[in-house]
Ligand binder design. Structure first.
Ligand code: FAD
Length: 388
């Protein structure tokens, strides 16, 4: 691998932007193709998780690329979880039980934007937006694209191609469609989906509830969480079954049913979400799945990084953090000067796969932990009394 190798990255999301930045810093010539418009120019946040928990793992990756300070400027530290019961009582539990341990709430769009800005400062990186990859010829390292603005179809070849195109990865799809090697793949959905709502800022632009906490309303079969945003609002996420239990996405079909559900289960949150009915009806319901696959690479040619190789459910708040960590591990492998891309890909997968499989399983476990929340004895006792 030489720095004049032509590097093609598909997907300029969180992982792709960070990878582009790091490879540019290392001197590679990088072309990045992204299917969506440039998020710095068009508001395209609707439907994806608006904010995310950024942990130490993710910060370490940002530090590697000189981006930690810039990211911290747009972070809100959350020092613990604040649980809300149906009577409006709250119970806090600090992370790790230690003082001053926190995770950060950060806007997906703003974080992605600062990474794009920084990467673009390098003359050896170019981003191409509105260009959707339709398939990859993995044998010849050629990607086929469609330009959304002109409808034109075209191909780009490369020395090496990285698929950072998320959970629905086209590169991953090309692996099993091309049948060039034994490719193992599993995709498992939870029966729960998610829907985002908003607690707006108060009239003075301040947060209406503590912005130093990740708020959780655990209710056994479902739960609500809320993370603070810099503009004083909170992004609220409801995790609920599609079709099981007394309340589910399939049966909450009218404004009356939606209000009755929130009045019964989340009355304190309801009081803070003025547009609950419109938001519940208009905002999409997203699926929650786990993707595992192997191998992540094909010969000297292509490799998957980020969610494309290991999408996980969001209950540990580690999907982005793990995707950022991929870049750190890949960078460490590059330092070893292994001689060719295939040796690098092999070493990377060997170093990384076991950890990403583990976090995928832990994230599912934490789904049950969070919604049933048993950590706080007071809360547990209260739930027990209610059930009795
Ligand atoms: P993505 O962010 O999905 O980016 C992929 C990019 O590729 C996108 O820009 C997409 O437009 C582009 N693309 C896709 N297909 C093509 C194509 N064919 N051609 C060209 N471009 C393409 N993680 C955390 O660490 N903390 C959290 O708190 C957290 N909360 C979450 C909450 C929810 C509800 C969800 C769903 C996820 C959450 N995650 C969280 C996970 C996190 O969102 C992902 O792990 C992270 O976005 C992965 O980054 P990525 O760049 O690999 O993929």
């Amino acid at each position: 691998m030489k720095t004049n190798d032509k590097v093609l990255i598909i997907g300029a999301g969180l992982c792709g932007s960070l990878l582009a930045l790091r490879l540019a810093q290392r001197g590679y010539k990088v072309e990045v193709y992204e299917s969506r418009p440039d998020l710095r120019k068009v508001d395209i946040s609707a439907g994806r998780s608006i904010n995310l928990a950024l942990s130490d793992r993710g910060l370490k990756a940002l530090r590697l690329c000189g981006m930690e300070e810039k990211a911290r400027e747009i972070c809100i530290p959350m020092y613990g979880r604040l649980m809300h019961d149906t009577a409006g009582n709250t119970f806090s539990s600090n992370y790790s039980g230690r003082e001053n341990e926190y995770i950060n709430s950060i806007s997906r769009g703003d974080l992605n934007a600062i990474l794009l800005d920084e990467a673009e400062k390098h003359a050896n990186v170019t981003f191409h937006f509105n260009k959707r990859c339709q398939k990859v010829d993995i044998e010849n390292t050629i990607a086929h694209f469609k330009d959304y603005e002109t409808d034109e179809e075209f191909t780009i070849d490369a020395t090496v191609l990285f698929g950072t195109d998320g959970a629905g990865s086209i590169l991953r799809k090309s692996y099993y469609l091309e049948r060039k090697f034994l490719f193992s793949y599993s995709q498992n959905y939870l029966n729960h989906g998610y829907k985002e709502l908003e607690i707006p800022a108060d009239k003075s632009g301040n947060h209406q509830i503590s912005n130093a906490h990740l708020h959780i309303w655990p209710r056994g079969d479902f739960m609500l969480i809320a993370l603070p945003n810099m503009d004083g609002s909170f992004t609220v996420t409801l995790f609920l079954s599609y079709d099981e239990g007394e309340f589910n996405f399939e049966n909450l079909t009218s404004e009356e049913k939606i209000t009755a559900f929130f009045e019964k289960e989340f009355p304190d949150a309801l009081a803070l979400i003025p547009n609950i009915k419109e938001e519940f009806i208009n905002n999409p319901t997203g699926p929650l799945g786990t993707v595992k696959c192997a191998p992540w690479f094909y010969k000297n040619n292509t490799i998957l990084l980020g969610d494309s190789s290991h999408a996980i459910v969001p209950f540990y708040g580690q999907g982005m953090n793990a995707s950022f960590e991929d870049v750190v591990v890949f960078d460490e492998i590059l330092d070893k000067n292994l001689g060719d891309w295939e040796a690098i890909f092999k070493a990377y997968q060997k170093a990384r796969k076991i950890d990403t499989d583990a976090i995928a399983d832990l994230a599912i476990d934490n789904f049950y932990e969070m919604r049933d929340h048993v950590a706080n004895p007071l809360f547990k006792e209260k739930r027990k009394i209610e059930m009795d």
